[in-house]
Design a binder for this molecule. Structure first.
Ligand code: HEM
Ligand SMILES: [Ca+2]
Ligand SMILES: [Ca+2]
Length: 303
């Protein structure tokens, strides 16, 4: 069972160390807090929160980093290395990489204006990666019903889906993640659930045939602040990804009323987000004698 006090005697300063490295990184890279938050999601949804996302390719590992949703998209691995190095100096061999991802997500949200919470700890690191499962992460092109089933497969419900999607209140997406909505979405027309003036801004940034890698703010109103504006954007048909706008615009969807309640109250959103991050962090952790404490987050010990 995970608990906030897991490192109280063995590494009492672990949370403060993580926070300070995250905030140092944030000084030169405003986006890094979003990137670190996303790493935790992509770890937990594949084999649970076991640090599998951090493993590099090797003789025995087919890295999740090469999966389609991750390749040329995930970032923050060097900051995780820096956090690990700082923790190893203070308490060698004690803190797992999986727990570092959980702590880095909390520090990131808090350092961007969002809620803080006490992080459940005691996960250990896995010794395998799963490229195929990583290829099956929730996709921005999935219909709502598929997003719901991918969440329910790991024990998460509609409230978790909506609250955690609220992490798109900060960070960036590449044109290729949504440009299908801009030109020829259905019947030769753009996506009708995309606000026309927002659409023309996006069309300028993502011209047809242009580079798919150009970055766009996920939240056009407060791109670097963790707040409830993401949900207000959905109400104005300003969700960037199809998977964002669907939460509100799918007819009859049970997620719509949850979007509206978060749009009305930042306190309600923050409370639900914290609970849902805890729920996501509880996805099949390795505890007790299972797994290991990696000494290098990129490699299984002894390989
Ligand atoms: C509901 C299913 C989800 C889908 C389909 C989805 C999809 C995406 C996509 C396509 C991007 C942009 C990637 C790119 O263009 O390179 C992105 C970025 C991001 N996602 Fe999600 N996401 C989902 C849920 C989540 C969750 C649960 C979290 C965290 C709790 C999260 C946090 C983020 C953040 C913070 C970014 C920006 C990262 C950066 O700027 O480096 N997402 N997501
Ligand atoms: Ca994992
Ligand atoms: Ca925001």
């Amino acid at each position: 069972q995970l608990r906030p006090s897991f490192y109280n005697t063995t590494c009492p300063d672990v949370s403060a160390i993580v926070l300070s490295v995250v905030q140092e990184a944030q000084r030169s890279d405003v986006r890094i807090t979003a990137s670190l938050t996303r790493l935790f999601f992509h770890d937990c949804f594949v084999q649970g929160c076991d640090g599998s996302i951090l493993l590099d390719d090797s003789a025995t590992i087919v890295s999740e980093k090469g999966a389609i949703p991750n390749n040329n998209s995930l970032r923050g691995f060097n900051v995780v290395d820096n956090i690990k190095a700082a923790i190893e100096r203070a308490c060698p061999g004690v803190v797992s990489c999986a727990d570092i991802l959980a702590l880095a997500a909390e520090s990131s949200v808090r350092s961007s204006g969002g809620p803080s919470w006490s992080v459940l700890l005691g996960r250990r690191d896995g010794t395998t990666a799963n490229r195929n499962a990583a290829n099956n992460l929730p996709s921005p092109f999935d219909p709502l019903s598929t997003l719901q089933s991918k969440f329910s497969a790991v024990g998460l419900g509609n409230t978790d889906l909506v609250a955690l999607s609220g992490a798109h209140t900060f960070g960036r997406a590449q044109c290729k993640s949504f440009s299908n909505r801009l030109y020829n979405f259905s019947g030769g027309r753009p996506d009708s659930t995309l606000n026309p003036s927002y659409r023309s801004t996006l069309q300028q940034n993502c011209p047809q045939g242009g580079p798919g890698s150009t970055l766009n703010n996920l939240d056009p109103t407060t791109p670097n602040t963790f707040d409830k504006n993401y949900f207000n954007n959905l109400q104005g048909n300003r969700g960037l990804l199809q998977s964002d706008q669907e939460l509100l615009s799918t007819s009859g969807a049970p997620t719509a009323s949850i979007v509206n309640s978060f749009a009305n109250s930042q306190g309600t959103f923050f409370q639900s987000f914290v609970q849902s991050m805890i729920n996501m962090g509880n996805i099949s952790p390795l505890t007790a004698s299972r797994g290991q404490i990696r000494s290098n987050c990129r490699r299984v010990n002894g390989s």
